[in-house]
Design a protein. Structure first.
Length: 350
C-alpha cells in the first residue's frame, strides 16, 4: 500500500491539444486535481493537423495553460513531472519536453518521459485504487493516429506489449478523411457520430450494411478499403443521403474494431479490457462494448469522453506507473515520433 502523497504535473503536446494537469496519488488512489485542455482550432482550416501550426500554437499557449492548471496548487509541492515524449509530432513534442525539463531542473524533481498511448490506457485508473487486482488485461487505443491493441502483462512493475496495429489509416484518421470527403469539417469523428445517430433514430426497419466490414489477417486493422468503398458509393450515387452514408461508414468502421477485440478477448482469455483514445468517445462503439461486456462477463474500463481525448492527466497518471516501476530515474531523454523507438527508453533501462 502506498502511503505517501505524491503530486504529479503532467504535460501533453504530442498533437493538437495543449494540456497541463496536476494529479494526486494518495493512499494508493489517483485523483485529478486539474486538467486544462486547449484544442487548437487552427487545424479546422486545413481539415487535418498541420504540424508546424501545432508546434507554434503550443509555444504560444503553453504558459497560459500551465498557469491555469496550477491556479490553486503551489508548484513547489510538485514531486514529479510526466511529459509525453513519444509518439507524436517532433516539434510539438519538443515544446512540451523542453517545458517539462525546465520545470524539473528548477524544482530539482524527476521528469518522466511518457508513452502517450500508454497514457490513453492508464487514465482508466482515475479514482481507482492502484492495487486494484486486475489480471488478463488487454488494451485498445483508438485515436486519430493509432489503432492499437495491447496485452498489459503487469501494472506495477508496468509491462505492456503491443499485439496489433493498423496496416494503413488509423480509425480516427478514417473518420476525419470521410468527413473531409463529405465536407463536414474537422475533426470528423464527433460530426459523423451525430449524423449516424440521427439516421438511426429516424429509421425503424432493419438496416442492411452498405459497406463491407474490413477483415485483414491476424489481429490487425485496415481502413483504406472502407474509405475507397465510401468514396465510390458517393461518386456513383450523387443524390446520396448524408446521414445514411455516415451511419453505414461508422457501422463498418466500429464493427471492425469490435470483431478484432472480440477475437482478442477470446484468444487471450481476457478478464479486463482498458479502452482509450479520441474514438473511444464514439456512441456506437460504447454500445457495442457494452454488449461484449455482457456476452463475455468481462470488465471494460472506458474513460468519460473528456478523458478519451488527448489530455495531460493521462500523462501524469502514466508517469506514476513508470515512476513506481523504474527506481532509477533517467537524467535525460530524447523525443521520438514512433512508439517503437520511444519504448527503447524503458526497455534499455534496468
Ligand atoms: O486521442 P485523440 O484526441 O488524438 C490523437 O491522439 O489522435 O483522437 C482524436 C481523434 C480524431 O480523429 C477524431 O475524429 C476522433 O478522435 N473522435 C471520434 C469521436 N470523437 C473524436 N471518432 C469517432 N466518434 C467520436 N465521437
Ligand atoms: Zn491521443
Amino acid at each position: 500500500m502506498l502511503k505517501d502523497k505524491i503530486l504529479v504535473l503532467g504535460i501533453e503536446t504530442s498533437c493538437d491539444e495543449t494540456s497541463v494537469s496536476v494529479v494526486k496519488l494518495e493512499n494508493g488512489s489517483i485523483e485529478i486535481l486539474s486538467n486544462v485542455i486547449l484544442s487548437q482550432d487552427i487545424h479546422k482550416i486545413f481539415g487535418g493537423v498541420y504540424p508546424e501550426q501545432a508546434f507554434r500554437k503550443h509555444q504560444e499557449n503553453m504558459i497560459i495553460i500551465l498557469k491555469e492548471a496550477l491556479k490553486s496548487i503551489d508548484i513547489r509541492e510538485i514531486d514529479l513531472i510526466g511529459v509525453t515524449a513519444y509518439p507524436g509530432l517532433v516539434g510539438a513534442l519538443a515544446l512540451g519536453v523542453a517545458t517539462a525539463k525546465t520545470i524539473g531542473a528548477i524544482l530539482n524533481k524527476p521528469v518522466i518521459p511518457v508513452n502517450h498511448l500508454w497514457g490513453h490506457l492508464l487514465v482508466n485508473f482515475t479514482n481507482l485504487p492502484l492495487e486494484y487486482n486486475l489480471q488478463n488485461i488487454v488494451g485498445l487505443v483508438i485515436s486519430g493516429g493509432h489503432t492499437n491493441t495491447y496485452i498489459i502483462k503487469n501494472l506495477i512493475p508496468l509491462k505492456i506489449e503491443k499485439i496489433s496495429s493498423t496496416l494503413d489509416d488509423a480509425v480516427g484518421e478514417s473518420f476525419d478523411k470521410i468527413a473531409r470527403i463529405l465536407n463536414l469539417g474537422f475533426p470528423g469523428g464527433p460530426i459523423i457520430d451525430k449524423l449516424a445517430s440521427n439516421y438511426k433514430s429516424k429509421t425503424s426497419r432493419n438496416i442492411k450494411p452498405l459497406f463491407p466490414v474490413p477483415n485483414p489477417e491476424n489481429y490487425n486493422f485496415s481502413y483504406s478499403g472502407l474509405k475507397t468503398a465510401v468514396s465510390r458509393y458517393i461518386k456513383n450515387n450523387p443524390n446520396f443521403n448524408l446521414e445514411e452514408v455516415c451511419y453505414h461508414f461508422q457501422y463498418s468502421a466500429i464493427k471492425h474494431i469490435i470483431n478484432k477485440i472480440e477475437k482478442i478477448i477470446q484468444d487471450f482469455e481476457a478478464n479486463f479490457l482498458l479502452v482509450g483514445g479520441g474514438v473511444a468517445a464514439n456512441s456506437f462503439l460504447r454500445e457495442e462494448l457494452e454488449n461484449l461486456q455482457n456476452k463475455y462477463k468481462i470488465e471494460i474500463l472506458i474513460p468519460k469522453p473528456i478523458l478519451c481525448t488527448d489530455n495531460a492527466a493521462m500523462i501524469a497518471i502514466a508517469a506514476i506507473f513508470l515512476y513506481l516501476t523504474y527506481k532509477n530515474i533517467l537524467q535525460t531523454f530524447d523525443i521520438y515520433p514512433t512508439e517503437e523507438e520511444g519504448n527503447q527508453i524503458w526497455y534499455s533501462t534496468k
